[in-house]
Design a protein around this ligand. Structure first.
Ligand code: FMN
Ligand code: COI
Length: 420
């Protein structure tokens, strides 16, 4: 049995010893709309699956007789000693999973000494999350809106609340096509709010219903005229329907505002760096060496190799497969993080061995939240922390910085094994 890491109070839950089991427990706790929204990928979901399966292509070469009695799983981020090289990725609308939503996640992260990313489309305010996080440094994920004023206000609030960085999501110039979300006519229940935009511009955010053809059906209780104007707004920028788009106007909903097809390296990164200083500016959603070099060229502070958990471009490369070329291109000039498909402590080890400085997890935290709120998120983090610690020890490493490609081999489809 793995002994709990220092300072971590969580005890084992005998009904839930793996992230796979956590996923199963969570599935029965969520309503269908939420489960589908959280769990699905874009289109056929092949990239979502490949993100996970990519980890099985690598095996660990363990070293022995190395006195591993003093394992240190911690990793430095924004000057903070995180308990392991892993953070909680920004995921939208966490109050769908549990009434305490992002606040429960923040409290769990504080308990487990793990950094948290907050989505622009959170259902809790960024100030309340910062307060619940205590001394843990946080990151605000940004969808940079075409209406700059909304973004400007959000950035100013994040600065004031002590956020250390903004992560600009760059893989969402258009929203990916999530068929279950469309079929379910996903909408935020009326008692929940996209919390970080003013009341007046947020007023009908909860009433958004998309049908995938670019039109929205009339939400229950919503007046006909409101529904009609909502339809007009969404038809141009929701799930892409081939129609000519118009810049969004009116209430901020994720269907109208998350996607911003106008984003570009030249104009927007410089603007954001100026606006966000002294917070760091990272880009989340890099998948190629070419874009990694552009990120360095435009002086961003860090990169997250990500395909949005397979929710944007289906058919894109698994993030673990994209990681080596990005890490090689960056050559240590700025930190390179990765997310997508991390479901076990050995996955963290493999990602680090392939050049990542740090990994982030999305869905496993949502499953923890759905299972038992704050306690469930702590459990999720505890499982991964214990597995990672055990992996380090059994592989013969005691320091995160020592994990490198010498610890891995790659196994191809025919079973041929190659050193990296
Ligand atoms: C339900 C859900 C909502 C998400 N919301 C956001 C978001 O608001 N902003 C963002 O940049 N990424 C978002 N992501 C992507 C995550 O930040 C992360 O890239 C992804 O979940 C990692 O893959 P994993 O779920 O396999 O760990 C979301 C992912 C999920 C599953
Ligand atoms: C607000 C949404 C666009 C959140 C998101 O990024 C997602 O659902 O993947």
């Amino acid at each position: 049995m793995v002994s709990p890491s220092k300072g971590q109070k969580q005890t084992l839950d005998l009904n839930c010893l793996t992230i796979k089991e956590l996923e199963k427990h969570a599935a029965v706790m969520m309503d269908k709309q939420t489960r589908d929204y959280y769990n699905e990928g874009a289109d056929s979901g092949s990239t979502l699956l490949e993100n996970i399966e990519a980890y099985a292509k690598y095996r660990i070469r363990p070293r022995v007789l190395r006195d591993i009695s003093q394992i240190d799983t911690s990793a430095s981020i924004f000057g903070f000693r995180n308990s392991l090289p892993l953070g909680v990725a920004p995921t939208a609308m966490q109050c769908l999973a549990h009434q305490d939503g992002e606040i429960a996640t923040a409290r769990a992260c504080k308990e487990m000494r793990v950094i948290m990313g907050l989505s622009s489309f959170a259902t809790s305010t960024l100030e309340a999350v910062a307060e619940a996080s205590g001394d843990i440094p946080n990151v605000l994920q940004l969808y940079l809106f075409e209406e700059r004023d909304h973004s400007r206000k959000l950035i100013a609030r994040a600065k004031k609340a002590g956020y250390k960085a903004v992560f600009l999501t760059v893989d969402t110039p258009m929203l990916g096509r999530r068929n279950l979300e469309i079929r379910n006519q996903f909408k935020l229940p009326r008692h929940l709010k996209i919390a970080n935009f003013d009341e007046d511009i947020n007023s009908d955010a909860s009433a958004t219903v998309m049908d995938g053809t670019g039109s929205s059906s009339e939400p229950q209780g919503q007046k006909k005229s409101e529904a009609a104007s909502s339809t007009r707004r969404q038809s141009s920028v929701g799930y892409h329907d081939g129609e000519k788009r118009h810049p969004p106007s009116g209430p901020i909903t994720f269907h109208t505002h998350a996607a911003n097809p106008t984003l570009s390296w030249e104009r927007d990164i410089a603007w954001l760096k100026k606006e966000a200083a002294p917070m760091e500016v990272w880009v989340k959603g890099i998948a190629t060496a070419e874009d990694a070099l552009l990120a360095v060229h435009h002086s961003v502070d860090g990169i997250v190799v990500s395909n949005h958990g397979g929710r944007q471009l289906n058919g894109a490369l698994a993030t673990l497969d994209a990681l080596p070329e990005v890490a090689a291109a960056v050559g240590g000039k700025i930190p390179v993080h990765v997310d997508g498909g991390v479901r076990h402590g050995t996955d963290i080890f493999k990602a680090l061995a392939l050049g990542a400085d740090f990994v982030w997890i999305g869905r496993p935290v949502l499953w923890g939240l759905a299972y038992k709120g704050q306690q469930g998120v702590e459990l999720c983090l505890k499982l991964l922390a214990d597995e990672f610690r055990l992996c380090m020890g059994l592989a013969g490493t005691i320091k995160v910085e020592d994990i490198n490609k010498d610890y891995l081999v790659k196994v191809d489809k025919s079973g041929f094994i190659s050193r990296l």
